[in-house]
Design a protein around this ligand. Structure first.
Ligand code: NAP
Length: 431
């Protein structure tokens, strides 16, 4: 029986989940795959504290396996696979590079370290002939990395669109279902442990942007760096926006969108209205879903748990078995560099429909004036809704536009006559 010795960098939520899954499935994996997976070392910050936390969670990592020295994992001659579950960019990326330099295959669930250091990590892997696996870095258990890296290798993908952050999807779902405001739902999510005490990485869209940079690079076979991703979060979304969108047949999601047309590439993360019958509209709570369109495969939608110790552990253990059985590691076919792919023309003037909510004075001629300004910038209105007069005597006007270039839309909004209306919200709409 082939034995593969594994080391963990980090033994928190995901490390504990992977330990549990491997313990429970070890005999079954031996039977199915003919490989005995043994975890020999686990890096933690503080051994005494780790023992206490693991005991409370029922995770039985023996004290002899725990170490506070990362080189016990990255440089141990017997360890063949190093799994990184520490999170954050550094020191996680340097530790992974050290492991790769010492010929260990590396498996990571860390989108930040991967998105920002992918080129260096891949170069180290290729140099030592080691493998680099990262299925759980995007979409938790959803097998999207494998689909893009292997199944669609010979296709020509032109669109990837998804809900890839569970925290924001949970918040938006509750705002939609309960009509509550952002701050109240965020506080609840924090109390339930579904949002971090500092929620910025999720609610300001950074988490989705790291993941989109990885997905777009794989989908389009060229480096799309994190810095290229246009990013807007959900912090200024109100219950009124969501209710007005619902009145017009739309549901609000934080979408990560990557499109390619010829060499023109756009990558963006922002709140987006989708029609109520759109497949992504029904993806609720902390679920994730990713839609892919390719020239030959047509449409693919993948959905599942984007987080959680055991779903994520399931994806990671798939990588571990692959790494243990792999004869020759597979690397992305594109030249992975620190810089963007030179042949891509990145565009921030994408074509989009928009939901526009204005507060306007209630008098004749106002609508005509707004429509005229829009038309002058070649933004045409598809539908309009007028809400009842407010206590301040103003009315809420809501428009959905036809597709227009982003910059025309912005110019039109900046030229609206401030003496008759003010812009309350602009949210893009995706078909
Ligand atoms: N949680 C999920 O559902 C999920 C899903 C997909 C991907 N991921 C990714 O998986 C990774 C781990 O997430 P997690 O939820 O397991 O986080 P976590 O519970 O905070 O675990 C990380 C562990 O690593 C330890 N650590 C951090 N820096 C260290 C260092 N320099 N030396 C030794 N130990 C160190 C932490 O110790 P301290 O607690 O003492 O700092 C903590 O025990 C992250 O990259 C995350 O993005 C998580």
């Amino acid at each position: 029986m082939k034995k593969t010795v594994i080391g963990f960098l980090g033994g928190g939520n995901i490390g504990g989940g992977v330990w549990r899954l491997l313990s429970e499935m070890r005999e079954e994996i031996k039977k199915r795959d003919g490989v005995d997976l043994e975890v020999r070392k686990v890096l933690v910050k503080d051994i005494a504290e780790a023992l206490e936390i693991n005991a409370a969670k029922g995770i039985d990592i023996p004290v002899g396996c725990l170490t506070q020295d990362y080189t016990d994992v990255t440089r141990d001659d017997e360890i063949q696979i190093v799994c990184e579950f520490m999170g954050g960019e550094q020191p996680a990326a340097s530790y992974m590079e050290d492991a790769l330099n010492h010929g260990k295959s590396v498996i990571t669930a860390n989108k930040v370290a991967l998105a920002l250091n992918w080129a260096q990590l891949q170069a180290a892997a290729e140099k030592s002939g080691a493998g680099l696996w990262y299925e759980a870095s995007v979409g938790g258990v959803i097998p999207v990395i494998r689909v893009l890296l292997q199944n669609l290798e010979s296709d020509s993908v032109d669109r990837v669109m998804g809900i890839i952050n569970g925290t924001t999807n949970y918040i938006l779902t509750r705002m939609t279902n309960e009509g509550k405001d952002y701050d109240e739902v965020l506080r609840d999510a924090q109390r339930l442990g579904l949002a971090e005490p500092n929620p910025a990485a999720d609610v300001e869209g950074m988490d989705s942007a790291y993941k989109l940079s990885i997905l777009a690079s794989l989908a389009f076979h060229g480096r799309v760096t994190y810095g290229r991703v246009h990013r807007e979060g959900i912090t200024n979304i109100t219950a009124t926006d969501i209710a007005c969108g619902a009145d017009m047949g739309y549901v609000l999601k934080l979408l990560a969108i990557a499109k390619k047309d010829g060499n023109k590439v756009e990558v963006r993360v922002h709140p987006t209205f989708v029609k109520k019958d759109h497949p992504l509209a029904k993806v609720d709570g902390s679920l994730n879903a990713i839609f892919i369109h390719g020239k030959y495969c047509n449409d693919i939608t993948l959905q599942g748990r984007g987080a959680g110790d055991l779903p994520t552990a399931s994806a990671i253990c798939g990588d571990i078995v692959d790494a243990a059985l792999c004869v020759k590691p597979r690397y992305p076919s594109f030249k992975n560099t620190v810089e963007d792919e030179a042949s891509f023309a990145f565009s921030d003037n994408w074509n989009t429909r928009a939901f526009i909510r204005l507060s306007a004075v209630d008098r004749p001629g106002v609508l005509a004036s707004i429509a005229k300004t829009m038309m002058e910038e070649e933004v045409s209105i598809a539908t309009m809704l007028q809400k009842d007069v407010q206590p301040d005597g103003r009315v809420q006007l809501i428009f959905i536009t036809h597709p227009a270039p982003e910059q025309s839309l912005r110019r039109a909004l900046s030229r609206l006559d401030a003496s008759i209306c003010s812009l309350e919200q602009m949210i893009r709409v995706e078909d």
